[in-house]
Design a protein around this ligand. Sequence first.
Ligand code: HEM
Length: 444
Amino acid sequence: MYPIDLLSPSHLFNNVVSTNTGFLPDKPIPRLPEAYSAWENALSRAQEVLILGENITEEDAQRRADGELWRSQIRELPVISINDLKADKQLLRRAHKVLAFLVHFFVHSIPSDQTAGSVLIPRSLATPLLAVSEILRMAPVLTFADTVLWNWDLINPELPVTIENMHFGVELFSGTEDERNFWFGNAKVEVLGVEMLQLFNEYHSLPNVSDFASVCKINRLLTRLVAILDRVEETLTSMRDLVDPSVFYWQVRPWFNGSASGPSCPTWIFEDGPDASTLDLSGPSAGQSSVMHALDIFLDVDFKLQQRRYPAPSESNKRADVGFMERMRRYMPGAHRDYLSHLANTTRPLRELAKSTPAVKESYNAAVSAVRKFRDSHIRIACLYVVSMARSTAIPVGCPVFAMLQRMERQKNQTGRSTGTGGNELSLLLKSNRDATARAAIKS
Ligand code: HEM
């Protein structure tokens, strides 16, 4: 934790958030030191030989043998001490990413006829992943940070960090361009988010918020925010051209599942570790993007429905998982969470200012409306990529019919509603978040 005098949002802004790359590191390191080459090599090999266990048929002896050999080598690895990583944040991040990818490869490459209700994660992965996660203060599972924030390198290391010079999706599960583009779309939002974070900092650094010049400045900041949000929404909708819904749903998304992610998903047991029910093990979600949380905090969106706002939450809003966003923060690196809590504890809440300053109200409402518009588009995207796919009976490209039929059979036995990566009732959640956003608008 930080000493008490270093807890101001602007101090954290300068120390946790990079002015150049926001929550993305200035540059991720490409490989751990030699002592950890067993992990790095296992990850390279996994990407070459492993496929989803549920796509392996009984007759596919070669796939079964490759997967079993890889997993037995993982079980036989020694527990490598993380002592040499502790002093370097970048090494710890790389270790979290490599180990979390290995755990997801391990669990999801097991043929479905070999998984009972639980999967044992061997101590060679479990022990270091738990230790690294504790230091970084984040969940011991694959997260948004591993798959987006830390999953890129520079195309030309001599040139500056710009979106054109970044290669995303360095580590992939399915190896498809659709998967890479899925991470790329999310990463583009993070890069756009850098401007948002700078703007929040400008607001919090204003000497005061009451004189005419400051009010004009705040309106300009909010107008800039709306323009950025329009680009965020464009980025989201452009993903329809870059990510095939059926490839995403059948070949990419299953790798993200965490422990007990659905009725047919096994519970994870960390060998020598604590009970899985005491750990956060949902898997990655853009709901873990610190930029999106910072935006909602800045505008004071009340996902938990605690404030009296208009219109009152609908019955389906109340049935949604209103604690989802708060839970997702536990998947972020602890330092990012610190920044968010201090942004939330500001002595200068923007919504209160907009309520008491008519000249700010309109531009504040315009920003709220732009976020609502993003969430409306996002509902359509999630519906196309998840809800429709779950209901579809078309045979997906590249997915063995056998595996697909098995999956459809399992889905039929579920509640009939599609769930998110975190096991949420997807449409209830997304609509409740959209409605909570709309409710932030200040009424006349
Ligand atoms: C093909 C593209 C996308 C699909 C299929 C998709 C799907 C989903 C799904 C299924 C959820 C529910 C929770 C979960 O399962 O993780 C979710 C949540 C969320 N996604 Fe996406 N997403 C996409 C792109 C994006 C992008 C580019 C962003 C921008 C950062 C984003 C931001 C969010 C946020 C903030 C949440 C939390 C719920 C909310 O705020 O309403 N998503 N997404």
